[in-house]
Design a protein around this ligand. Structure first.
Ligand code: SF4
Ligand code: SF4
Length: 150
């Protein structure tokens, strides 16, 4: 697969790494980083706003900031370049090296029962690959590119 193709950011299982919170070049990390910068020294203001604006919601700012920092520090390059940072039990990346396919739906064993995924992920994997098989990878990309992954 051509590394310039946008579908290169699909995992071998077909999940869109581009929309993953852990993806370095993904919109979640980039938007989190931008928001983090835009918020600047908001810590100080959040404390003041609790009383000044009579708004206890600002007590939750530290938790929010912690989450935002976490999203902003994501650094996965996608599973075609390195090991997936999230799904440690994924077996697809091992198969990838031996099956000579770009995606599971192209494999003569699909749908196999040794992906290593939990039930929820396996359902998604099956649905995604069946759809790619039906309409083609490029059309599938156009179908989902602007949709959230979650
Ligand atoms: S953590 Fe996994 S799903 Fe997320 S971008 Fe990395 S390889 Fe893709
Ligand atoms: S054997 Fe299963 S996990 Fe491996 S490439 Fe084929 S369909 Fe995917």
């Amino acid at each position: 697969m051509n590394s310039q193709s946008p579908t290169y950011n699909f995992g071998l299982c077909g999940i869109n790494c581009q929309k993953c919170f852990a993806f370095k070049d993904g919109s979640i990390r980039q938007n989190s980083e931008k928001l983090r910068i835009d918020l600047g020294n908001f810590d100080v203001y959040a404390k003041r706003f609790v009383e000044l604006l009579d708004a206890p919601i600002f007590n939750k700012y530290q938790d929010f900031k912690e989450m935002l920092d976490y999203f902003a520090s994501s650094n996965c390059l996608g599973c075609r370049k390195q090991e997936c940072h999230l799904f440690k039990s994924c077996n697809v990346r091992v198969c990838y090296k031996t099956k000579s396919v770009d995606f599971c739906f192209q494999c003569n064993e699909f749908p196999c029962n040794h992906t290593g995924f939990d039930e929820h992920l396996e359902q998604r994997w099956m649905k995604i690959n069946e759809r790619m098989k039906e309409i083609g990878v490029e059309n599938y990309y156009n179908e989902i590119k602007d949709k959230p992954r979650y």
